[in-house]
Ligand binder design. Structure first.
Ligand SMILES: [Zn+2]
Length: 208
């Protein structure tokens, strides 16, 4: 039933913890980091704490010193993402991957600390949706953004998230990549080439 994942995503406005996450100090320390290495190291510490506290499988963070991918139309920024999330269904236990670009798309400036942290929390909520809520996809519903706010407030960094987010406004790409390999669809239909190319470009070994 296609509507049910959406309804479940919309209905869960809080994160369910196994134990309260002791991540405040780490979350604040992330705001002091500028370099890709520093953000990756501190960001990974936070993800590990969150996964432990929520009883989730691990999620690996990579922060790359590259501008985010984007698309323009008529000179305007049409689509951009700061980061991506991907779940590896085939792994047992399941494993998530987060990739964040440390530079902005056009001006190639280092992401502002608040933007970096909000992106990290946003991508982790995708991890929570798949491995915690056990949803088969992770749409950007009002509940999804409520979970990000709840998470940020739990960590004492509520100021990184906007108080109310209008869904569908602003350049926001679909930042959840399809699972790797050719197992995209259970029916056995292989993914189209553009998805393979995108996954390879974002997560493969290829370097600029
Ligand atoms: Zn997202």
């Amino acid at each position: 039933m296609p509507g049910s994942t959406y309804e479940r995503s919309r209905g869960a406005e809080r994160i369910s913890w196994r134990e309260f996450p002791a991540g405040k100090a780490v979350a604040l320390s992330i705001l002091d980091e500028q370099s890709a290495e520093g953000r990756q190291a501190q960001g990974q510490r936070l993800l590990d704490l969150l996964d432990e506290a929520a009883g989730l499988p691990p999620c690996k963070l990579t922060v790359v010193d590259r501008p985010q991918r984007h698309r323009t139309r008529g000179g305007r920024l049409e689509l951009k993402t700061y980061g991506y999330y991907r779940i590896a269904w085939e792994n047992r236990p399941q494993k998530g991957t987060i990739r964040i670009y440390n530079l902005t798309a056009i001006r190639q400036q280092v992401l502002a600390p608040k933007v970096f942290l909000e992106t990290l929390l946003h991508e982790w909520v995708h991890h929570y949706d798949f491995t915690g809520l056990q949803l088969d996809r992770s749409p950007h519903t009002s509940g999804f953004f409520a979970r990000i706010r709840d998470l940020a407030e739990t960590l004492g960094v509520g100021f990184v998230t906007p108080p109310k987010r209008e869904i569908g406004t602003g350049p926001l790409a679909d930042d959840v990549l399809p699972p790797a390999r050719d197992r995209l669809q259970p029916g056995g239909k292989p993914p189209p080439q553009w998805i393979k190319d995108q996954v390879l470009a974002l997560f493969g070994q290829r370097r600029d």
